[in-house]
Write a new protein. Structure first.
Lengths: 425, 992
């Protein structure tokens, strides 16, 4: 940290105060955003932080002028947060920022137009990022991380401000549309991020309900980036619920509307969309996997193509941690039935080559032998069990003759394709 | 005297001016002690009228010695009066006042007697503290001549009130000397010590208690004089403040407080007036004024300062149900002695409130008290006679004493008794209920306050703690406490308390002395305890509420024990133990009480109550009385008086201490600590607080408050705690370990085991034990719960286990990881939860047999592989199969639906029985297995709507086509409306 003289510090602080007040009075949202975005680590903010650490009594500076003291509370908290942030005391920084955010939201609520929406976004984003950092610090100190949770409740408060029906109605009358409510989806997305990180996904439900049912929201009115993010998260929620068609719709929407240049975002969407599509019987091309670096799915896709149960199991085992963390493990595991179906189909085709007349009769012995070749040891009871499941789930058409230990396949389309429908439907 | 004064004052302040005895009479009269009151009134009222009468009254009330010294003593009576006022104000309960009055009166008299005695050489018996008094004795000696007649009396009283008298006399004669001299200081210390000791001791014997209270007042006055001779007005102010604080704290007290506060102002006024013109100012002042205005001031000031302490004890007494009883009993007793008619009346009145047995007790006690009082009040000679007549045998003494004294009392007592009665009666009649609860806390707090914990060096506190840590049971603690008290008293007396290195002080001295002390003192205690044997055994299993009061009494017990020990030694020293004891019995009424207690439990109780009234709380008595009370009063009463109240009161008392500051003796802290030790953790916390200066309750060091169990019972029923845990009902870790293995080996049903394990868990929690044992207990309970299918309990245990394992405590981590995996897959069926718990599994965990089994089960369930599932069901390690039981029904149903949809045309039931796990679950033999499986399976299939037919071979087969549409899941037979069948008690019982 370079040495900053008292005078220099005073000058920098006064300059910042002037810019802040100017941005507010001229409703210069981009400027305000710049002034507030900690995580950008902009040189001006860093130098301000240094100045604040030299010139300790910034609050007296704020009090000196009526212009500054109007936002005295906001600025005092902001300065304290910036100071702590600069010296690496993230918990302190978070706490001060939380106070700042509260004061800011209160102020925002009173502003008639939604000019500062972007600045509010910045605040919402910063508080989440700061909370995550503070939690990391807390964890490393052996304390329980709780700041992200606090940030979540603060974001919920912000959401309440933006989705306040009275406020929205007021703007609707004034401007014909609600400029402030369109910010609600951004906050919702920040909330999603928070909740997913915290693992309290069920808290998303209430937000989703108010977004999707409240008449004050016109979904098309929201900015596209927020809609994509929203669809991504709700799609993920559907994956958890194993509601694959809905997940497919939402994730596909996100994929279609996602900025194609944002490969990282596309990859994130594909990470969930591919398993969903697989479980609907839609297999992606290898190029897609390669383009977006989704190699963990390569073997899974391969196993589905070949009916190679062993490969699938190996692939699952290999990437178990990753799949468990992203939450697609159970989805991929369920692909086993499709792999069995593929295997049966292969046996059927081979039998057809040798003996077309009796090709529709699959002996359980034969299936067990095929599985043994795949180094999967199953006795006839188990094979029979698998076959009943396959038939029950409509992956195989036909019936099982228990006495003769034979699966009799339907002569017409014995292995129906899923064609975008989930297994068992 | 104190009481009398208090009463008078109170009466004056409240209803009439100080002059009117009648008001007092009226109050008392309500109870039926009016006749008696009249004399009292005379004394009080007559103060204004004629000094001599006052003196006489006081003397009469107090004791013979006072008569001769009347002038000198008169001042003393006023002091007690202030004391009484204090008491009244603090306790505000008439009963308390009464008790105090008794004590006060007796003490006063005793002081004079003591002086005489000291002259006689009785004082020698008493320790250095007493010796300090001796200096005063010379002063009092003149008085002593008078008192000499009552020598036996005085001897008894000497321990408590002698010092006080000495100081008084000192103040009287050489106020300056006393105050200036270290002796005076010591005397203050002594007083405080004695006060503390007495307060505690008072429990042992009501007489003692009374005496002690008197000494307190006397002593405190002395101390006050010394410390704040000039600040007479200031002290009263403090008092009032204190009082006000008290009322604020206790809502109950508030009502009583109002009178008390009134009294206080009055007292303060008195004290002020005293200096001005003792005779004219008020009754009390008059008496004071007679001796010496300056003295009166001193005294009053002192009394003011001292008032808080007396009040505290009184309050304590009243607070406890025992106190309540005590008060009432005293009042009744008082009535009895004074005028039989009055007594009867009062008993009748009081009787409704209290049980008849109590009344009887009271009566019995009456004689005793009367005797003591009578002896005290009346001619010392007469006392001696009673004492003489009462041989060494306490019981005998009691009876004998009572008999002889009664006649005397009848003649002499009237005045004193009337006073007593008056005071007592009001308290008992009107104030008792409200007071009871309040007073309990007060005493404790006051006593603690008195001791001035802050004055004790920290090292000493540590020493005391160590000493107590060595004590295994209550007896030992009691003895230890007594020993500690001795040591500390000695140390304070020779001024080494702050210089001594307590850290290296050998504990053996304490412990040894303890033994001796216990021997001497334990006898009475044991007798007392024996009285309530039935309750004790029960109390362990009973709600804590009861037990708590118990504990508290125990703490007070120690003090009582000490007292007894003191008395006994004294007696022994004198050789004329018989006479002394008799004297003691008469004067202090302690011995008599003890004897009575031992002899007649019922009698003892009333006596004890009286003692309580005296301002001190006898532990034993309190326990007894509490026990007695519990039946009568709801447990809530005791609760109110227990933990929380104590806390608040203690905090208040702390304030007192701060205000009063330095005058208190060092002795007091000991009882506190010991009490704390014995008592609840909360008390401990208070003590700590005190010793560490002024800390808010919120800042308490909870670690230091953690309960250390002393219960040695292995078996204990579970009862949800409704208050702070009682160490005597909490089992220490080693006992819990035994209890756990007992439960594990127990052949009894799950319900019993669950109950036992819950109580173990509770004891662990209460003692904040977090170690392998805790984990083991929860694991055991979780397994039993799984075995019995009690998922609710299982979940509780599992969540605790997760916390314990997260803390790094060793346990069957993997086994329970498997359980939790199974539980999630099979019961909660939450994918996210499953994912997160799977992702938390370590490599090592995945290698574990149980975990691997759980993972395979999960795979089988998610894929619907029923064959795999039932194979795993049969090979499940640990209790995994118990959890799988949860899913068996669903899995079977799933399997049958699959099969009936997929298989054509039919499938043999034997195959289903084998695949669906029916076979092999019932018995060992293979042949039997199959058969049993078949039957079970076909029944199950029928219950689920499957159509079974016989094929060509006569084997039972499942018609799959028919079944595919007819299958249904039957309503579970054990379903309950609220959805959790485990909540249904009857069902639970039948299952276990």
């Amino acid at each position: 940290m370079a040495y900053v003289s008292m005078g220099e510090a005073h000058r920098r602080i006064t300059e910042y105060l002037n810019r802040f007040c100017g941005a507010v009075s001229y409703q210069d949202s981009p400027m305000l955003c710049r002034l507030l975005s900690f995580s950008s680590n902009s040189p001006s903010l860093l130098s301000l932080a240094d100045a604040l650490n030299v010139f300790q009594d910034a609050s007296s500076l704020i009090r000196q002028s009526d212009k500054f003291s109007e936002y005295g509370e906001i600025l005092a908290h902001l300065f304290r947060s910036l100071q702590s942030y600069r010296v690496g005391n993230l918990v302190e920084a978070y706490l001060a920022f939380e106070n700042f955010a509260n004061a800011f939201v209160q102020e925002f609520r009173n502003w008639e137009s939604a000019w500062a929406l972007e600045a509010l976004y910045v605040v919402c984003y910063e508080i989440r990022i700061l909370a995550e950092k503070a939690d990391k610090e807390l964890t490393s100190n052996g304390k329980s991380p709780e700041k992200l949770k606090a940030a979540g409740s603060l974001l919920m408060k912000v959401f309440g401000v933006l989705a306040d029906p009275y406020l929205v109605f007021f703007f609707l009358k004034l401007y014909g549309k609600g400029p402030k409510r369109v910010g609600a989806l951004y906050v919702t997305c920040q909330l999603f991020k928070t909740y997913f990180k915290l693992g309290t996904v069920n808290l998303c439900r209430s937000v989703i309900r108010s977004i999707e049912t409240a008449r004050i929201f016109d979904y098309e009115e929201f900015p596209r980036r927020d809609k994509v993010t929203y669809m991504y998260y709700t799609g993920r929620l559907e994956v958890f619920n194993e509601n694959f068609p809905a997940a497919d719709t939402k994730l596909s929407y996100a994929l279609q509307h996602c900025n194609p240049k944002r490969e990282r975002n596309i990859r994130m969407i594909l990470k969930y969309l591919i398993p969903v599509k697989l479980s609907l019987g839609i297999i992606p091309k290898d190029e897609l996997l390669q383009k977006y670096n989704l190699h963990e799915y390569m073997n899974v896709v391969q196993a589905l193509r070949k009916g190679d149960l062993r490969l699938l199991r190996h692939a699952l085992q290999e990437h178990e941690d990753r799949f468990l963390r992203s939450g697609v493990y159970l989805v991929l595991e369920k692909l086993e039935l499709q792999v069995y179906q593929r295997l049966m189909k292969k046996i059927y085709i081979i039998q057809k080559l040798s003996d077309p007349a009796r090709a529709h009769q699959l002996k359980l012995e034969v299936i067990a032998k095929a599985l043994r070749w795949l180094e999967i040891d199953m006795d006839l009871d188990e094979v029979e069990c698998i076959m009943t499941i396959l038939i029950y789930k409509n992956l195989v058409k036909g019936y099982l003759a228990h006495k003769s230990k034979v699966v009799v396949l339907s002569k017409q389309d014995p292995f129906p394709k899923l064609n975008g429908k989930p297994v068992g439907s | 005297m104190h009481e009398g004064c208090v009463m008078n004052q109170g009466g004056n302040t409240q209803t009439v001016a100080p002059l009117d005895p009648n008001p007092i009479e009226k109050r008392y009269g309500v109870e039926g002690s009016q006749v008696q009151t009249s004399p009292y009134q005379y004394s009080t009222g007559s103060d204004a009228a004629s000094w001599t009468t006052h003196s006489v009254d006081n003397q009469v009330v107090q004791q013979n010695g006072n008569y001769s010294n009347s002038n000198y003593y008169h001042p003393q009576p006023p002091v007690p009066a202030t004391g009484n006022v204090q008491e009244t104000s603090s306790s505000t309960s008439g009963t308390v006042n009464v008790a105090q009055d008794y004590s006060a009166y007796t003490p006063y008299q005793t002081p004079s007697d003591l002086q005489n005695y000291s002259n006689t050489g009785y004082t020698n018996y008493y320790s250095g503290c007493y010796q300090q008094q001796q200096p005063s004795q010379p002063y009092t000696q003149p008085v002593g001549a008078y008192q000499n007649t009552g020598a036996p009396y005085s001897s008894f009283q000497n321990p408590g009130s002698y010092a006080g008298t000495a100081s008084y006399s000192g103040t009287y004669y050489n106020p300056a000397d006393y105050q200036t001299t270290t002796g005076g200081y010591q005397s203050t210390a002594y007083n405080s010590q004695t006060a503390g000791g007495y307060v505690n001791q008072t429990p042992t014997s009501s007489n003692q208690g009374n005496y002690t209270s008197n000494p307190y007042q006397n002593y405190t006055p002395d101390a006050a004089n010394i410390h704040s001779a000039t600040t007479a007005t200031a002290t009263p102010v403090h008092y009032q403040q204190n009082y006000q604080q008290w009322p604020g704290y206790y809502s109950q007290t508030e009502v009583p407080c109002a009178p008390g506060t009134e009294n206080l102002p009055a007292t303060s006024a008195f004290s002020q007036s005293f200096p001005v013109a003792g005779g004219v100012a008020s009754e009390m002042p008059a008496s004071n004024g007679q001796p010496a205005p300056s003295y009166a001031q001193n005294w009053r000031q002192e009394t003011d300062s001292s008032q808080p302490p007396p009040q505290q004890p009184a309050a304590a007494v009243s607070a406890s149900n025992n106190a309540y009883w005590m008060h009432q009993t005293p009042s009744q007793q008082a009535h009895y002695p004074v005028p039989p008619q009055n007594h009867y009346q009062s008993p009748l009145e009081t009787k409704p409130l209290y049980e008849t047995p109590i009344q009887g007790h009271q009566r019995a006690t009456y004689p005793q008290e009367l005797n003591s009082q009578a002896s005290i009040h009346q001619a010392p000679l007469g006392y001696r006679q009673p004492t003489q007549t009462t041989p060494s045998v306490d019981t005998q003494r009691v009876s004998k004493i009572q008999i002889p004294t009664n006649p005397r009392i009848a003649s002499n007592l009237p005045s004193g008794y009337t006073k007593m009665n008056k005071e007592r009666s009001p308290a008992g009649a009107t104030q008792t209920p409200a007071y009871v609860s309040v007073s309990m806390s007060n005493p404790k707090g006051h006593t603690s306050a008195m001791p001035e914990p802050g004055t004790f060096p920290k090292a000493l506190c540590g020493f005391v703690e160590r000493a107590f840590a060595r004590c295994k049971d209550d007896k030992e603690k009691a003895s230890c406490q007594a020993a500690l008290k001795k040591i500390i008293t000695q140390a304070t007396n020779d001024g080494t308390i702050n210089t001594r290195d307590w850290d290296i002080e050998p504990l053996s001295t304490v412990l040894n002395t303890d033994v001796t002390n216990t021997e001497s003192s334990s006898a009475p205690i044991s007798s007392l305890q024996n009285k309530s044997p039935t309750r004790r055994p029960k109390s362990r299993w009973e709600p804590i509420v009861e037990s708590k009061p118990f504990v508290k009494p125990a703490s007070t017990f120690t003090s009582g024990v000490k007292f007894g020990g003191w008395n006994h030694p004294n007696v022994n020293n004198k050789k004329s133990s018989e006479t002394f004891q008799k004297v003691d019995a008469v004067t202090g009424s302690k011995p008599t009480y003890f004897a009575q207690n031992s002899a007649k439990k019922s009698f003892q109780r009333p006596v004890k109550r009286q003692r309580f009234a005296g301002g001190a709380i006898d532990d034993e008595e309190s326990s007894d009385s509490e026990k007695e009370l519990t039946p009568y009063y709801s447990s809530a009463m005791s609760l109110a008086s227990s933990a929380d109240e104590k806390k608040r009161r203690d905090s208040r008392s702390k304030r007192f201490e701060k205000v009063q500051g330095h005058s208190r003796g060092n002795d007091i802290p000991k009882p506190k600590i010991s009490n704390v030790r014995r008592g609840t953790a909360l008390r401990l916390g208070e003590v700590l607080d005190e010793s560490c200066g002024s800390r808010a309750v919120e800042d308490m060091d909870w670690d230091a408050l953690t309960v250390k169990g002393t219960c040695q019972e292995i078996e204990k029923r579970y009862l949800r705690l409704t208050s702070a845990p009682d160490p005597t009902t909490v089992r220490p870790e080693d006992v819990l370990e035994k209890a756990l293995s007992m439960v594990q080996d127990s052949p009894k049903n799950y319900l019993y085991k669950c109950d036992q394990l819950k109580s173990i868990r509770q004891d662990l929690t209460v003692q904040r034990i977090h170690n392998h044992l805790t984990a083991k207990v929860y694991e055991t309970h979780a397994r039993f719960a799984l075995e019995a299918g009690d998922l609710t309990e299982y979940n509780q245990c599992l969540s605790q286990l997760k916390i314990l394992y997260a803390e790094g405590i060793e346990g069957c981590t993997l086994e329970f990881a498997a359980y939790s995996l199974l539980y999630i897959t099979l019961h909660s069926n939450n994918n996210r939860e499953l994912l997160s718990s799977m992702s938390r599994l370590s490599k090592e965990a995945k290698g574990d047999e149980a975990v691997r089994h759980a993972l395979s089960v999960r795979a089988a369930v998610t894929s619907g592989n029923y064959v795999m599932f039932f194979r795993l069901y049969k090979t499940a390690p640990n209790m995994n199969s118990c959890l799988m039981d949860l899913y068996v029904e669903k899995m079977r149903y799933k399997a049958v639906t699959f099969i009936s949809r997929s298989c054509r045309p039919s499938i043999p039931v034997s195959y289903l029985a084998q695949v669906l796990g029916f076979a092999g679950t019932s018995s060992e033999g293979t042949g039997e297995k199959e058969n049993d499986g078949m039957e079970e399976c076909s029944e199950w299939l029928k219950a689920h709507g499957a159509s079974l037919i016989a094929d060509s071979n006569g084997d039972m087969v499942l018609d799959t086509k028919a079944s595919s549409t007819s299958l249904f899941m039957p309503e579970p037979e054990d379903a309950v409306a609220h959805g959790d069948r485990y909540l249904d008690v009857n069902d639970f019982f039948t299952r276990t």
